[in-house]
Ligand binder design. Structure first.
Ligand code: AHM
Ligand code: MG
Length: 352
């Protein structure tokens, strides 16, 4: 019985690799590069290296429960090695997958206060990679989806080494953005300005396969909102009124929305991208700039969202127009279906 099962898995994998209608992420990246006559391959190199890192992190995330059984974070594992926190591990994996490519001049990670230079021994390149290695990592312990988010900018200063100035660019200058969702399956979704494409990892062959070509937020969208409502007492009047409206409680005869909140940005955004609706992380009296980070959480999601026909703002200004002043800067975030985000902005305008 086992052998028959293993055999059919094997033949499916073989079919996936030989069937020309199956598009691997690698093939997709190479084909997109052909559409850019000026391409040097450096940009494709970045995406391919991120793919490798994503597979390694996916493998470790899937093992997280079992690692806990064998020795939790901060402990010593059965081989006598120290078990590293998964988000720091993910940062290391991405950094080491990228540091030698010759495509980058520096990196920025949520887990490191300063920019990460490229080691002396490796050549420097013309791009900057900004990433959140493992967003929502507090969800690991309860087996809830988490993700990696990344953003790529072109270097704008002279000289070989990347500087803070190279990193502090508006989101509209991004040349690519994407995320990896470690969920019931592992998915990589990215845009390089030519639409949004989603790939699902087939673990049997270790390849990301194109599963969602040219993703567009559905229109009309699902009427779904996603927000941590526990913060209601700390919100502005406009935000509170918006919530009353979404619940159909403002006496305007509106149909109430449905609510979904995972507490993991990648998962909450992914659902919003596929189904429509709105994800919100507002400012409040305790966190006047919200919680999420502009460079490696809001801006990459905003680029993907706009490429998929959606809208993303901080409640008043388009996320992609915000000029960052610090690499770990926070911003409120309203993202999803255009008409719903625009409606949220109208409510928030009352606060001004
Ligand atoms: P993290 O970068 O420390 O993991 O925090 C970001 C996460 C997001 O994934 C999620 O949208 C948000 O925090 C949830 O915050 P809250 O618990 O306040 O609802
Ligand atoms: Mg994060």
């Amino acid at each position: 019985m086992f052998w028959r099962w293993a055999g059919s898995q094997q033949s499916k994998s073989h079919e996936a690799m030989t069937n020309s209608s199956v598009v691997t992420l690698e093939r997709h990246i190479v084909e997109e590069e052909r559409n850019r006559p000026e391409a040097t391959g450096a940009f494709s190199n970045i995406l391919l290296s991120i793919t490798l890192a994503a597979k390694i992190i996916s493998r470790e995330v899937n093992k997280a429960g079992i690692v806990d059984l064998l020795g939790g974070t901060g402990d010593t594992n059965v081989q006598g090695e120290r078990v590293q926190k998964l988000d720091l591990y993910a940062q290391d994996v991405i950094y080491r997958a990228m540091d030698h490519t010759g495509a980058l001049c520096c990196m920025v990670s949520e887990e490191s206060e300063d920019i990460l230079p490229i080691p002396e021994q490796f050549p420097k390149g013309k791009y900057v990679l900004i990433f959140d290695p493992l967003d929502g990592s507090s969800n690991i312990d309860v087996n809830v989806s988490i993700g990696t988010i990344f953003s790529v900018h072109r270097k704008i200063t002279d000289g070989e080494d990347g500087t803070v100035e190279d990193c502090l660019q508006a989101g509209c200058k991004q040349v690519a953005a994407g995320y990896v969702l470690y969920g019931s399956s592992t998915m990589l979704v990215y845009t390089s300005g030519q639409g949004v494409h989603g790939f699902t990892l087939d673990p049997s062959i270790g390849e990301f396969l194109l599963s969602h070509r040219d993703l567009v937020i559905p229109d009309p969208p699902s009427r779904m909102y996603s927000i941590n409502e526990a913060y209601y007492p700390r919100w502005s009047r406009g935000q509170q009124r918006l919530m009353q409206h979404l619940k159909g409680l403002d006496g305007e005869g509106t149909v109430s929305y449905s609510s979904r909140y995972i507490g993991s940005l990648v998962a909450d955004f992914h659902r919003t991208l596929l189904k429509g609706g709105i994800f919100m992380y507002p400012a409040d009296s305790k966190s006047p700039h919200g919680k999420l980070r502009l460079l490696y959480e809001a801006a990459p999601m905003a680029m993907i969202c706009e490429q998929a026909g959606g809208r993303a703002s901080d409640g008043g200004t388009r996320i992609l127009d915000l000029i960052p002043e610090a690499i770990h800067q926070r911003t409120p975030l309203y993202i999803g279906s255009s008409e719903i985000v625009a409606m949220a902005e109208d409510f928030l305008a009352e606060d001004v």
